[in-house]
Design a protein around this ligand. Structure first.
Ligand SMILES: NC(=O)c1ccc[n+]([C@@H]2O[C@H](COP(=O)([O-])OP(=O)(O)OC[C@H]3O[C@@H](n4cnc5c(N)ncnc54)[C@H](OP(=O)(O)O)[C@@H]3O)[C@@H](O)[C@H]2O)c1
Length: 339
């Protein structure tokens, strides 16, 4: 499976990672959880993501994979939920790292995220300092942030995080333009969470969960033609090969779906016309997300500054075309592209 540098951290991770949130489900037997986790490593996936908040997940990873610890990059998230400490304090963060080390049965955590930490807490500084102190003490390798919106922006801009985890899927594309180019330019690794958008195409009715419900509505209005691909393949190849994404952490409780996802990743990126169609379905002026995707400027890793783009579609088409033919200028593309 394709391996990628996680920004400038020195870690290398597979394009497909495993999101272990679903292992919080008590209906999943211990035996099933153990087999699934070992299947993940046997399939060649080397990134496993969990969190303090995912119930049984950390404990199960420790129980079933401690003997294979050298085979994978271990990512978790902290900030809350430690008895005796107020959430989002220096002490809670240090205790959270200690608790994760114990539950995951390891001497060192590879990536530790502040899990959706509010902006004012980030700016106050104690929580970042706590992770940096744990890093200096050898308890974790990479200080990371997990979240979206202004908090994500702050995390990327402050220069203290080696990696970020944020939403990227065909139903959630704003970060691709608004934040990932800067992350890439600054050597910050990007882990794409919810890369299948919760696989909402499985549902005839709007799911009640907030994010899935929102994604379900978006997918209806995007009216994408998958051109013969199944939806999982379309979604995963889009997210995992989107510019700026290092690894897409798909969650599954089913070994068959895990294997299917490995096969899909090995098919590589979508062909450019289909990728462009998915980008434009999110960004076209008639789309309800158009205003969100509107942007005044965007810095790509190539260093080219695009100003006064009218929509994400312009940026997307420019980016794709310039990858295919670096001699094409953005100005020409603006002139040539019909939106
Ligand atoms: N930092 C954060 O705040 C945050 C928030 C959300 C998620 N995350 C991370 O992102 C990971 C993934 O998020 P997610 O699980 O919510 O969303 P996701 O990966 O976009 O979608 C997961 C859903 O897709 C289904 N699925 C997976 N592979 C499939 C396949 N080949 N065919 C059909 N269905 C398939 C799974 O169901 P089955 O079990 O039936 O396969 C599961 O319900 C989490 O595990 C977690 O690590 C982080």
């Amino acid at each position: 499976m394709e391996m990628r540098a996680l920004g400038a951290t020195g870690l290398r991770v597979t394009a497909l990672g495993f999101g272990a949130m679903h292992l919080n489900d008590e209906r999943i037997s211990e035996d099933h959880a153990g087999r699934l986790l070992n299947d993940v490593l046997d399939a060649g996936i080397n990134l496993i993501d969990t969190a303090r908040g995912y119930g049984l997940s950390e404990e199960r990873i420790g129980r079933h994979l401690a003997h294979r610890r050298s085979e994978f990059v271990l990512s978790t998230k902290v900030g809350y939920g430690i008895a005796g400490f107020a959430d989002w304090t220096y002490e809670c963060l240090v205790a959270g790292v200690e608790a994760a080390l114990a539950r995951l049965r390891t001497d060192v955590l590879d990536i530790v995220h502040l899990h959706s930490c509010p902006l004012h807490v980030l700016q106050q500084g104690d929580v970042v300092r706590a992770l940096e102190d744990c890093q200096r003490a050898g308890k974790l390798r990479i200080v990371a942030y997990s979240g979206d919106n202004t908090e994500l922006r702050w995390a990327i801009d402050c220069g203290r995080f080696g990696s970020v985890q944020t939403s990227v899927s065909m139903c959630d594309q704003a970060n691709l333009v608004q934040h990932l180019p800067t992350a890439a330019a600054r050597g910050i690794g990007v882990i794409a969470k919810r890369p299948l958008a919760g696989a909402i195409w499985r549902f005839d009715q709007r799911p009640s969960e907030f994010a899935e419900g929102e994604y379900w509505e978006r997918l209806q209005s995007m009216a994408i033609d998958p051109r013969g691909l199944d939806w999982n393949a379309l979604a995963l190849r889009f997210a995992a090969y989107a510019p700026g994404v290092t690894s897409a952490i798909v969650g599954t409780s089913k070994p068959d779906n895990l294997q299917r996802n490995v096969e899909i990743i090995d098919q590589g990126p979508l062909e450019p016309a289909l990728q462009l169609a998915v980008l434009n379905a999110f960004a076209r002026p008639s789309s309800p997300f158009h205003q969100n995707a509107y942007m005044k400027s965007c810095l790509f890793p190539s260093g080219v500054v695009v100003r006064r783009c009218h929509s994400y579609g312009y940026v997307a088409s420019s980016r794709l075309a310039s990858l295919k033919n670096p001699s094409i200028s953005f100005r020409n593309l603006f002139d040539e592209t019909d939106y």
